[in-house]
Design a protein around this ligand. Structure first.
Ligand SMILES: [Zn+2]
Length: 92
């Protein structure tokens, strides 16, 4: 049997999922998939997903292009230029 993880979150009375999120946050990794987070609490993929999810839920019309997830998207696009990998789908 695997040993239980023993850390500062072990004895908190929150859900298993929340503990996972707290551990990921502590280790600066994405709180959803565990990939290294560039900045903030999620990887780029999940930053964008969370952004679009919130837009839909709140019915927002404007886009704030100075925001972290947009800037990281732009940087990622630039980096990927010329490679054979498919670019990330971008909502208009
Ligand atoms: Zn992620």
């Amino acid at each position: 049997m695997r040993k239980r993880i023993k850390d500062e979150f072990t004895h908190l009375s929150v859900s298993r999922q929340r503990k996972y999120q707290l551990r990921m946050k502590r280790d600066r990794r994405c709180t959803e998939c565990g990939e290294p987070a560039v900045q903030g609490s999620r990887c780029l993929k999940h930053l964008v997903k969370a952004r679009e999810r919130q837009r839909k839920k709140r019915g927002l019309k404007r886009r704030y292009h100075g925001t972290l997830s947009y800037r990281l998207e732009a940087a990622a696009r630039k980096q990927r230029r010329g490679s054979s990998r498919r670019a990330l789908p971008v909502a208009a």
